[in-house]
Ligand binder design. Sequence first.
Ligand code: ADP
Ligand code: MG
Length: 711
Amino acid sequence: MIMDTQSLNAIFRPRSVAVIGASRREGAIGRVIFEKLLDSDFNGPVFPVHPTAAYVHSVKAYPSIRAIPDRVDLAVIAVKRDRVLDVVKECAKAGVKGLIVITAGFRETGEEGRRLEEQILAVVREHNMRMVGPNCMGVICTDPDVNLNATFAPAVPRRGRVGFVSQSGALGVTILEHAAKLNLGVSMFISIGNKADIAGNDVLDYWRDDPSVEVILMYLESFGRPQQFIRLAQDISRKKPIIIVKSGRTQSGARAASSHTGALAETDILFDAMFQQCGIIRADTIEEMFDFAMGLANQPLPRGNRVAIITNAGGPGILAADACENLGLRLPRLSDEIQAKIRKHVSPEASLSNPVDLLAAATEEEFRYALSCVLQTDEIDAAIVIFVPPVVTDPIKVAHSVSMAMEGSDKPVMGCFMGVKGVASSIRELQRRGIPAYEFPESAAKTLRAMVDYAQWRSKTISPPVTFPVDRAAAADIIEAAVAQQRRRLLDHEAYRVLQAYGFRVAQTHICRNWQEVQDAAQTIGYPVVLKLSGESILHKTELCAVRVNIANESALRREFDELVEILARREDADPEARFLVQEMARGHREVMLGIHHNPKFGPMIAFGLGGVLVEVFRDVVFRFAPLSQEIAEEMVQSIRGAAILRGVRGEPPVDFALLTESLQRLSQLALDFPQIGELDINPFIVAPDREQCKIVDVRILLHPPKDKTV
Ligand code: ADP
Ligand code: MG
């Protein structure tokens, strides 16, 4: 039901609110919500609905929503589960536009609850209402024109720039409390609960162009419509950062390893691929999410990854330096010129190369001066200020100096105030001034890393995917025939033909039935050749000793052929259809793998990694969703750990990278043209600096099982 953004105004920006189930009993959820609504100074009338009471919390109450004389935009429903459906129907009759159903006991409890939830949803849809929940903790909007707090959360953060979606209600409470503690301002908050109607995607869409939301935080447990999410997030991330905590790192290795790509594409890898591709910042914990949010909501994005550390204690300075360097941030030595400048107003013993250690006696004035010098140079892009309170200097004054030094600067600064004495209040002082403040340097460094990554992602241009001229019909004939015969795996010669139709560089390959054909094929190809077994039941040929490479002449070929015949004969499930595959010997010296993994819900993903028989050992594989642009394909090739091997070690020339990125893009086109392909493995693609020597020598294509055909 996405794209009807305006309809969410009834949820976030209602002009009048009713609370149904506003109990007279103190502490009851309906009552608490009602009180919070009054406390939040909501800009409009709030009506309590109670079956019998004349008033609730000193406000005139109504026996039903229809008894309220005014128009009600939003109804917050906190009645018993079995009453919810009727109440929703009454709301529909009363012309209510938005519902927040706090009540739990639906889909999350089993079949009966699920049915009830569906009935409610049907009423909501029929009357063009929008619904949050059920089983949620409500909505907040701090826009002064609205001032809506329709939650039962005890602590409400101050007004600010962050929009927050939480799938968990319980965590929502904690999260709001934490935000309030960190003085992180919130613009809107929504706990989406069971997501019967309004889901994360709808909220993202609503916030896409809302200027009051500058940073989006999401706590998610599941994705209802991941492909739509990817499109939305990719677009929004260009304008504002999205930080996600995705819980439930799951299901690893549960799948049968029927193919390399399948075994590697575990759920979590899938999410990582998705987040990276959308520019989404992934936090591992709620705490980390807040660390990142403090940086991204209050500080400018760094232009590069060069960090200066200013400290009054050696140890923490070194810790911070290590953390930065481990995360791939750089700590350039400050130039003599800038060191000389700083030296003028700091202790002569201070060490100024970077970290800038001002020593324990440093005053707030020294901090201010050193930081402003550093922020003014072109030598660094961001700064971390570490302060450990000594006896003499007042941490609050240091916090104040940090903020003075930052005036007029467009570089991010992170504060790290350690220790106990007077620190809590100085941390609050920093946060009040919009300076992210952390207890430990690692958090500051991680946040900077996330900011650098995000800034880099945002500055990248993404060109539209290239469409190569291919013989789509030839591939379609093969794939459709196999689907019609309910076959799951393409035969080797079919798979090779599909690749040829899509313009891949495939090694010359002949599938033969007998010695005569093998002999002729080898003649045609020219020695040396490779001989393999080929057949529907033959999966990992190396394990069967069924790959014989570098066969120099006919007598050697005969020997290998006889051995393969013997291997075939020894197999229990002797496959009468088994064949011999004669192939040209590839000359390249590096092996990579390319693959498709198509999860019907998420869409096709393309894999790239170092290949060969060890691919599962190193797991050096990167995944991205199709379609791949030129830039994403390039990034994939460069981002695996083994990229250095492809670039060439010890003076070797690099392999043909342009061919690799082109092949990935062709694979992306194939994956999108044929959603029937469930898994595809090209392993190995033998590559070399010379394009003529780059050859695919093994491919496996699996189709989706008939039942989970992609729509
Ligand atoms: P498997 O079914 O075990 O994956 P492959 O056909 O991928 O069998 O062969 C295993 C290994 O043998 C490859 O990783 C590669 O090192 C080598 N190999 C296979 N075919 C060729 C060829 N045509 N030229 C050179 N090396 C080859
Ligand atoms: Mg192989």
